[in-house]
Write a protein that binds this ligand. Structure first.
Ligand SMILES: [Zn+2]
Length: 59
């Protein structure tokens, strides 16, 4: 089942949505986006936990 992540789900004013076949691939996309769009070169543990919690199984 595919996984999805939306920046807006963690409170960012951003329309980015990531979609991948598994969580590892999804997080890789999210990290790349966060570095480029949000100047988050390093993601701290609290933010990472928020991101993981916001991952959804695609309906
Ligand atoms: Zn974003």
């Amino acid at each position: 089942m595919a996984k999805t992540f939306k920046c807006s789900d963690i409170g960012l004013q951003c329309s980015f949505t990531a979609r991948a076949d598994n969580e590892d691939a999804l997080m890789a996309q999210v990290k790349t986006h966060a570095a480029q769009a949000h100047n988050m070169a390093a993601i701290d543990e609290a933010t990472m936990a928020k991101m993981r919690a916001a991952i959804k199984d695609e309906a």
